[in-house]
Design a binder for this molecule. Structure first.
Ligand SMILES: [Zn+2]
Length: 295
């Protein structure tokens, strides 16, 4: 660090060497964790051959410190300089900012940002899912349901993340039949455990508590050898040796738990919940919407 600082203080350095030293110094600061210094050094690399690398490093820096406003400014610059598309990332930043507003009960601000996020990345699932949850929390379950219908149309791969809330909002606004049809159609095309659970839950509300709703788990087993589905089916069955059921169920549930996690496709980090940004490697959208057993 001192060598590079000394180099930069010399008056006889060529422009190219000065830029190289500036870049090396910025990397020194980053390695040392001196983020404020790193930020200042990286900003000095605008309009130099190191501009692209510096912007990416700055972006990572701002993301780490959850400074979404500055991260968005850099992402916009990267987007305009043809360094790939950053629209998905920009939408995530807006969603992160909206989440902060929701925490502080500033719901109108949050709604505005989520709508901006939808405009920024219309095919992204998260803005619509977050907006649907916000609307539902305000009692607007019909609007929330509609938002998820849109999300389903624009990003069908994310349906396992939406199936549960879709069923919940449908029941709340009296659209259970529609939702059931929608989920069944989708399940036929892309069978998934979360859609299966939502269908079972919805059938129980539409038809009353019927044992046939759980037949869906058996039907699923005919398609996929799923331990998760088997455990869920057995949980509702009367066994011949019913007195041993709790022990058997406990063993099954224990075995099933790791299979119901989500796994980052970039680094393999596993978690009980789905993340839009991996807490292990910081990658965005690296978690598939499906559970480990379905990968
Ligand atoms: Zn990861």
């Amino acid at each position: 660090m001192r060598v590079h600082e000394h180099l930069l203080s010399r008056g006889d350095l060529s422009l190219a060497d000065r830029q190289r030293a500036q870049h090396a110094l910025a990397l020194d600061y980053l390695k040392a964790g001196l983020l404020d210094h790193a930020e200042a050094a990286l900003l000095k690399l605008e309009d130099t051959p190191f501009e692209g690398q510096a912007r990416l490093a700055l972006l990572a820096n701002y993301e780490r410190s959850r400074d979404w406003t500055h991260a968005a400014l850099i992402a916009q610059k990267l987007e305009h300089s043809n360094q790939g598309s950053f629209r998905g990332r920009l939408a995530h930043y807006l969603c992160e900012q909206a989440a902060a507003f929701i925490t502080h009960q500033e719901l109108e601000q949050a709604r505005f940002l989520l709508q901006e996020a939808i405009k920024t990345a219309p095919a992204a699932a998260r803005p619509r899912i977050d907006l649907a949850r916000l609307l539902a929390s305000q009692g607007k379950t019909e609007d929330a349901y509609h938002e998820l219908e849109e999300a389903l149309a624009s990003s069908p791969a994310a349906i396992p993340l939406m199936a549960g809330p879709l069923a919940e909002f449908a029941v709340a606004c009296g659209r259970s039949h529609d939702a059931l049809e929608l989920l069944k159609t989708n399940y036929e095309l892309f069978p998934s455990l979360d859609v299966l659970d939502a269908i079972v839950a919805l059938e129980a509300t539409v038809e009353g508590p019927s044992p046939t709703a759980r037949d869906w788990y058996v039907r699923h087993l005919e398609r996929e050898p799923s331990l998760v589905a088997a455990a869920k089916w057995i949980a509702g069955e009367k066994l011949e040796h019913e007195q041993f059921h709790p022990q058997v169920q406990r063993a099954l549930d224990h075995a099933v738990k790791p299979l119901t996690r989500y796994r980052c496709a970039a680094c393999g980090f596993e978690a009980k919940q789905h993340f839009w940004q991996c807490p292990g490697c910081q990658a965005w959208d690296s978690y598939p919407a499906r559970r480990v057993e379905e990968l």
